[in-house]
Design a protein around this ligand. Structure first.
Ligand SMILES: [Zn+2]
Length: 309
């Protein structure tokens, strides 16, 4: 079984130094590719470097809405230069946010920065990874004005309604599911998932964020995570490896884990299990489907992802 993490942040300062280990242990569990999304001018070079060191890393460059106020006057020129020097790159993370953190950021600025990057994705014929919090009406407006997007728009960590799916899909949207889906009511999540066309479903971790709410024994932990409780720290990166040490009864339900606990990209297996159960589909079938969707989406000109034969 092969998996493709369609959206994560392995360059995040909280896990950057651990990234080589996280990648290695995730590859061992069958994760063949990671779309690593930059969020601001400050981390694009880290994403680029990581993609040059690891064939499994697909680089993505973008200005995330939270980092719109930090952009320099030269941001768009610099972004273009990164794409010129990195033919393997896709666009992301970009988007719109009217949530608790996003509402502090001028929304007109967010829209302008988002629109420019979406137009760039279209011009370069690359997929774009999009963050949308409480702004689906505005997202639809911008997508309608600039779309359609034959090269794909990834609605990352999609938590929108089932009703919006068909119109977004017509514009070229893919629906990428993460551990955050576990915070949505399961009936609502099920209805939404069943509305998603099978050729538009993707899986992601958004690591180091979005730790799935799974049983302790099924989770991978980021060793050295300061928010990891000491008894879990003793288990190492993967509790399965140390389950015999009786350090902790790992098969029990997840106790209240600290909210800010870091997510490991190998936890995409938990997302797979959860989404497959809601879709009443086998894990193998969903893995195959989401993997081939991601391969198709990330197979643009210059891409490092080998097209499936
Ligand atoms: Zn993200």
């Amino acid at each position: 079984m092969k998996l493709f993490d369609a959206h994560c942040h392995l360059q995040d300062p909280r896990i950057f130094s651990l990234a080589p280990r996280l990648i290695r242990s995730s590859l061992d569990t069958g994760i063949a590719h990671f779309a690593v999304n930059g969020v601001s001018e400050k981390d694009w070079h880290l994403v680029k470097q990581m993609s040059e060191s690891y064939p499994s890393v697909v680089p993505c460059f973008g200005v995330h809405p939270w980092f719109v106020p930090e952009r320099t006057t030269n941001w768009f020129t610099l972004l273009r230069q990164f794409f010129e020097s990195t033919p393997t790159a896709a666009v992301g993370e970009i988007g719109l946010d009217k949530g608790s953190r996003g509402k502090q950021i001028d929304f007109d600025d967010q829209v302008e920065v988002f629109r420019k990057q979406l137009e760039l994705a279209k011009e370069l014929k690359r997929p774009a990874s999009v963050h949308c919090v409480r702004a689906f009406g505005d997202l639809l407006d911008v997508m309608k004005a600039t779309g359609p997007f034959p090269d794909g728009v990834i609605l990352h960590s999609y938590l929108g309604s089932a009703e919006m799916v068909p119109e977004l899909a017509r514009l070229g949207a893919y629906f990428s599911l993460s551990g955050f889906l576990m915070s949505m009511k399961s009936q609502k999540a099920k209805k939404m998932l069943k509305a998603v066309p099978s050729d538009r479903i993707l899986l992601e971790t958004d690591a180091p964020d979005a730790l799935p709410k799974s049983n302790l024994g099924d989770l991978y932990f980021v060793e050295g995570d300061p928010s990891l409780p000491p008894e879990l720290q003793a288990l190492g990166e993967n509790p399965h490896w140390r389950a015999n040490s009786n350090v902790l009864e790992v098969e029990k339900e997840t106790p209240e884990l600290p909210k800010e606990m870091l997510n490991h990209p190998a936890n995409i297996h938990n997302v797979l299990t959860y989404v497959a159960s809601l879709l009443e589909m086998s894990k193998e079938e969903l893995a195959g489907l989401s993997y081939s969707n991601a391969i198709r989406l990330f197979s643009y000109e210059g891409s490092k992802v080998p097209q499936e034969g």
